[in-house]
Design a binder for this molecule. Structure first.
Ligand code: SF4
Length: 909
C-alpha cells in the first residue's frame, strides 16, 4: 500500500540550488507566510529527501562514483575504446536508461539482440553488479522503488530543461497533480533611482542590436562601445562561453567608466594552477603515458612554472632552456631532472596510490602562502577539495591512482569576483562584499555581471537593463544532436529516447533576452583566426529572420580589423569608431637600434651598417616583420623537427657529400658516376643522421617519433633523386665550395652596407665564371628573370622578391673579381629535373630544359646585378632610417608572420 509522504502539499522544482534560494527569497519578500506548505527544491534534492526516509539503505551514487565505476569497467573490457568520449556516453545512458534493460526486456528481445547489443547488455549487468557491491544505487533505480510506496501532493515543475523521461514517469505515478510552469521567475522590483524599474512600456520598446566584428581585436572594442552607447542602463549582464576571458578583456575599461564588475563563472580543473601542475606531472610521472617530445616539454614547462612546484625561478629557467634545446631528451631524463625539486615527490605520490590523496592537504596548506588574489585562492581550494573527494571515492571503489587523471580533468569549480576602481586612474580593487548581482542595487550604482549563457538563463526576467550575448556563433551553440551506438540501441528496441538540445538552447536564448528591460545586444565574429567565415547560432538566425518578417529588423553594426588601431587599448574615454584609422608608422628607438643594427668601418674608414642578405630580404618583405622576428629572437625558440632544422641538415649532407666526393677525385656528378655518387650520398646521410644526437643542441635534426623517422627516410630518398637531377646541370661547371663565408672583416660593401653571410654553394668553370646556389625546400615563386627591353622608359626598375642569391653573387664578384653567371635556388624537394632550380641566370647559360625561361636574364648579367644593388640600396637606407612600418610587399609576407594581430595583415593569410 502506498504511503503519502508529507514533505509539503506543494513541491516546486527548479534546476539549481541558486534558483531555489532565489525563489524562496522571492516568496519571503512577497508574503511572509506564503511559503508554508510549499517545498521549493531541485529534482535531485527531492530524490535524496525521499530516499533518505523511504529508501532501502544503499547510498545514492554520485556523479564521481558513477564515472569511477564506468572507468573501471571500461578498463576491464576490450569491446569498446576506453576513452573519455565513450565514458561520457555511458554516463548519460546508465543514469537515465539503466532500468529499461531489465529481465522483461531480455525476455522480449533475447533472440533479436546482435553481438554489439549483447556488449551493451553485459556492460549494464556488470554496472548493476558493481553498484550492488559498493552498496550504491542509481537515482533511476531508487525512483522505481519509491514509486511503489510513496505518494506526493502537487508538483510544479519550473526547471530550465525538460526533466528526464524516468523522472517524469515517476512524478506522473506518485503526484496528485503535475504542473509545468514558466521556468523564469520575475525579478522583484528594484529600488533606487536607477533606470531599472521595469514598466511594460520599457519592455515593449526594447531595442535589439547585432554586432558583427570582423575579428577578435575589434570585437572587444565593439562590445565596449555598445555598453557605453547602451543608454542610461545601470545593470548589465554579459554572457560568453568563457566569461573569464571576456571579463579580463573588458574589466579595466568598464571599471574606469564607474561600473562594478562581477564575474560568476567556472574554471575547469586544468585552468586552476593546481590542476595544471597535476595534469602536467601525470604525463611525466607515468611511464605508460607515451607523450611525444613536444608534449613532454610542454608538460615540464607547465610544471616548472607552477607555484605548487616551488622551484626557484633561476633553476626553473635553466631546466626549461635545457629541455627546450634538446630533442633527444627522454621522459626519464626529464623525470630525473625534476625529481630532486622540492615538491616533486609529494606530487608523484598522488599517482602511485589512491591513499596518496591525503597529501592533498599539504597543497591545501600551501595555498595561503601563494601570491594569488582571494578569488583565485577560493578556486584553488575548491579544485583540491574536489580532487580529494575523487581520491576518497576511488579508494573505496578500488580504482588505480593513474586512472584518476581523466576524471580529475572533468572537475570544474566556481570562480567569481567583484571589482571596482576606487578613484579615477587608481588600480582595481576588490569591491566591498556584495551578496549577488541581483541583490546589490545600492541606489542605482552601475554594475556588470559576466557569466555564461546557461547561468544567465536562470536569472529572473527583467533583472537588468541591458544584456549582451557574445560569441553567438554556431560553433559555440551548435544544437547538434549526438547520435551513438547507445542511442541507436534505444531507438531500435523502441525504448524511450529523447534529445532536447535544440529546444533547450532556444528556450535559454529566450530567457536570456528576457533579462533585459531596455536593450539586447548580440555579437558574433564574421571570421575566425584563419580567415574562415563564421555563422550565427541557429536560434539567433531564426530570431533575426522573425524580426525581419515582422518588419522590425535588428540594427546591425559591423566593423573590420582596420577600424581598430592595433596600438591602442580599449580607450578609457568614450571614443568614436572611425572607419579608417591608419596605423602609426613605427620607428626604431635608440635602445633597439643599438641591439639590432651593427656598424663597422669599411676599408676607407667609413662607418657602415653590417647586414646579412637574409635580413635585407626579410626587411624588404615587411619592416615590422623583420623587427618582430629579430626582437623576439624567434629562432631561439628551442629545438624542433621543422623547416629550419631540415634545411640545416640538408646543407650539411650536401657539403659532406661533395667534400668526400672531391677526395675520391670527382668535382661533379655525371651520368657515368651517378650510382657511385648515390651510394656515397646514402652513407654520408646515414652517418650524419647518427651524429646528430652527439652534436650541440641547436640546428641539429633529431627524429623522436615514428612519423619523424619516416620523414627522415623520405628525405634520404629525395636527396638521392636530387643527385640524379643535378647530373645534367651546367656541364662546364663544377662544385668549388660549400658554406662560403663572406665575413664583416672582408669589408665587402653592397648598397652602402657591409655584407656578412654564408653562400650555400659556389660552382665555377675554368674561365673564371661562377654560379651562386642557395639550397631551399620549395622554390615555387623564385624565378627572377629580366629583360631590359621590356622595361618602359618611365618605369623604374624593381628587384625580384627573392634577392639573397643576387646579393651574394654581387658580393662574391666584388670580393674575388670573378664573373657571375647565375644566382640560383636549388630545391632539395624537387620532384623532377624541371623543378630543380629557379632564380636568375645569364641567357648564355640557358642550355637545357632544366631551367624555365622565367629565370633567364637577357643582356648583361653583371648590369642586372648592378641594377638590383642600386634598388636594394634604398631598402638599406630605409632600414638605417629606423622605419618599422607594417608594410607587406606581397601577401605571402604575412603568411608566416608571427604578428598575429596586425591591421595590415593581407587578407586570407
Ligand atoms: S602581418 Fe603582414 S603587415 Fe603585419 S607585420 Fe606581418 S608581414 Fe607585416
Amino acid at each position: 500500500m502506498k504511503r503519502v509522504v508529507l514533505i509539503a502539499e506543494t513541491t516546486i522544482l527548479f534546476s539549481t540550488q541558486a534558483e531555489v534560494v532565489r525563489y524562496r527569497k522571492c516568496l519571503a519578500a512577497q508574503a511572509a507566510d506564503s511559503a508554508l506548505g510549499v517545498n521549493v527544491t531541485t529534482p535531485n534534492a527531492l530524490v535524496e529527501e525521499l530516499w533518505e526516509v523511504w529508501g532501502s539503505g544503499e547510498r545514492l551514487v554520485s556523479d564521481t562514483q558513477r564515472r569511477l565505476i564506468i572507468k573501471q569497467l571500461l578498463a576491464e573490457q576490450s569491446d569498446w575504446v576506453d576513452s573519455p568520449g565513450t565514458a561520457e556516453l555511458l554516463v548519460r545512458f546508465l543514469r537515465e536508461y539503466l532500468c529499461e534493460v531489465d529481465e522483461a526486456f531480455l525476455c522480449a528481445h533475447e533472440s533479436d539482440l546482435t553481438p554489439s547489443d549483447w556488449d551493451i547488455v553485459c556492460f549494464i549487468k556488470k554496472y548493476k553488479e558493481a553498484l550492488v557491491q559498493a552498496q550504491l544505487i542509481e537515482p533511476v533505480q531508487a525512483l522505481e522503488q519509491l514509486a511503489s510506496c510513496v505518494q506526493l501532493g502537487s508538483i510544479i515543475v519550473r526547471t530550465q530543461d525538460e526533466l528526464p523521461i524516468y523522472y517524469r514517469s515517476f512524478l506522473a505515478a506518485v503526484a496528485k497533480e503535475v504542473r509545468i510552469e514558466q521556468a523564469q521567475i520575475e525579478a522583484s522590483p528594484r529600488g533606487g533611482d536607477g533606470a531599472s524599474s521595469t514598466t511594460g512600456e520599457e519592455v515593449s520598446s526594447k531595442e535589439y542590436v547585432l554586432l558583427k566584428p570582423a575579428g577578435s581585436s575589434v570585437r572587444a572594442f565593439m562590445i565596449d562601445q555598445a555598453i557605453r552607447a547602451g543608454g542610461a542602463g545601470t545593470r548589465i549582464v554579459v554572457t560568453s562561453p568563457n566569461p573569464v576571458v571576456a571579463c579580463d578583456l573588458l574589466k579595466h575599461s568598464l571599471c574606469a567608466q564607474g561600473y562594478t564588475v562581477m564575474l560568476d563563472a567556472q574554471k575547469t580543473f586544468r585552468e586552476t594552477l593546481f590542476g595544471q601542475a597535476y595534469c602536467a606531472l601525470a604525463g611525466i610521472a607515468n611511464d605508460q603515458a607515451q607523450l611525444s617530445y613536444n608534449e613532454l616539454v610542454e608538460a615540464a614547462l607547465l610544471y616548472l612554472n607552477s607555484p605548487y612546484a616551488q622551484i626557484p625561478p633561476s633553476q626553473a629557467e635553466r631546466l626549461a632552456s635545457a629541455f627546450r634545446s634538446d630533442r633527444s631528451i627522454t621522459r626519464e631524463d626529464i623525470h630525473a631532472a625534476l625529481a630532486s625539486s622540492k615538491n616533486f615527490g609529494v606530487f608523484e605520490s598522488l599517482f602511485e596510490d589512491t591513499e596518496g590523496g591525503i597529501v592533498l592537504s599539504y597543497f591545501e596548506g600551501l595555498i595561503h602562502s601563494l601570491d594569488l588574489d582571494e578569488a583565485q585562492k577560493v578556486a584553488e581550494r575548491a579544485a583540491i577539495a574536489r580532487l580529494k573527494q575523487l581520491y576518497f571515492d576511488a579508494a573505496d571503489l578500488g580504482v588505480d591512482a593513474y586512472e584518476l587523471v581523466p576524471l580529475a580533468e572533468r572537475i570544474s569549480v566556481p570562480y567569481g569576483y567583484s571589482i571596482a576602481q576606487a578613484e579615477e586612474g587608481s588600480a582595481l580593487v576588490e569591491a566591498e562584499k556584495i551578496p549577488s548581482f541581483l541583490e546589490d542595487d545600492r541606489a542605482g550604482m552601475p554594475c556588470i555581471l559576466f557569466t555564461t549563457f546557461e547561468q544567465a538563463s536562470a536569472l529572473p526576467k527583467h533583472s537588468c537593463d541591458q544584456v549582451v550575448l557574445t560569441e553567438l556563433n554556431n560553433e559555440s551553440y551548435s544544437g547538434k544532436i549526438h547520435r551513438s551506438t547507445l542511442s541507436d540501441f534505444l531507438e531500435r528496441y523502441s525504448l524511450p529516447f529523447e534529445d532536447h538540445t535544440i529546444e533547450t538552447l532556444e528556450a535559454r536564448f529566450k530567457r536570456v533576452c528576457a533579462l533585459a528591460c531596455m536593450q539586447v545586444v548580440f555579437e558574433y565574429e564574421r571570421y575566425d583566426r584563419n580567415g574562415e567565415s563564421c555563422y550565427p547560432a541557429f536560434f539567433l538566425e531564426t530570431f533575426m529572420n522573425e524580426r525581419a518578417l515582422a518588419g522590425c529588423p535588428v540594427e546591425v553594426r559591423e566593423a573590420g580589423e582596420e577600424a581598430f588601431d592595433s596600438a591602442s587599448r580599449l580607450s578609457l574615454q568614450p571614443v568614436e569608431l572611425e572607419a579608417e584609422m591608419p596605423a602609426e608608422r613605427g620607428v626604431l628607438n635608440a635602445e633597439d637600434r643599438m641591439h639590432l643594427l651593427t656598424y663597422e668601418q669599411d676599408k676607407e674608414g667609413i662607418e657602415r651598417l653590417v647586414v646579412s642578405p637574409s635580413a635585407i630580404e626579410t626587411y624588404r618583405s615587411c619592416p615590422y616583420k623583420w623587427f618582430v622576428e629579430r626582437k623576439l629572437r624567434l629562432d631561439d625558440e628551442g629545438e624542433a623537427f621543422g623547416g629550419r632544422e631540415i634545411g640545416a641538415f640538408v646543407h650539411g649532407v650536401f657539403q659532406r657529400f661533395y667534400e668526400a666526393w672531391a677526395l675520391q677525385g670527382y668535382d661533379r656528378v655525371t651520368p657515368e658516376t651517378l650510382s657511385l655518387a648515390q651510394e656515397l650520398l646514402a652513407s654520408v646521410f646515414e652517418e650524419y643522421a647518427d651524429e646528430q644526437k652527439s652534436m650541440q643542441p641547436g640546428d641539429r635534426l633529431i627524429a623522436v617519433s615514428e612519423l619523424e623517422r619516416q620523414e627522415l627516410e623520405q628525405l634520404k630518398s629525395k636527396l638521392l633523386a636530387n643527385l640524379s637531377f643535378q647530373q645534367n646541370l651546367f656541364k662546364d661547371f663544377h662544385v668549388r665550395s660549400h658554406e662560403y663565408a663572406i665575413r664583416a672583416e672582408d669589408k665587402v660593401t653592397y648598397g652602402g652596407a657591409i655584407i656578412n653571410g654564408r653562400i650555400d654553394r659556389v660552382d665555377v668553370d675554368d674561365k673564371g665564371n661562377f654560379i651562386v646556389i642557395d639550397y631551399k625546400g620549395s622554390i615555387a615563386k623564385y624565378a627572377a628573370g629580366f629583360d631590359p627591353d621590356a622595361l618602359d622608359e618611365e618605369e623604374s626598375f624593381e628587384s625580384p622578391e627573392k634577392i639573397q642569391a643576387l646579393i651574394y653573387a654581387q658580393a662574391l664578384r666584388r670580393k674575388e673579381g670573378l664573373q657571375p653567371k647565375a644566382a640560383l635556388y636549388l630545391s632539395y624537394s624537387a620532384k623532377n629535373e624541371q623543378a630543380l632550380m629557379r632564380g636568375s641566370l645569364a641567357q648564355t647559360l640557358i642550355e637545357s630544359e632544366t631551367l624555365s625561361r622565367a629565370s633567364c636574364v637577357k643582356g648583361n648579367f653583371e648590369s642586372f646585378l648592378d641594377l638590383v644593388e642600386e634598388d636594394i640600396a634604398r631598402t638599406i637606407e630605409r632600414m638605417e632610417s629606423g622605419d618599422l612600418a607594417p608594410d607587406p610587399r606581397t601577401k605571402e609576407a604575412c603568411t608566416y608572420c608571427p604578428v598575429l594581430y596586425c591591421e595590415k595583415r593581407a587578407n586570407g593569410s
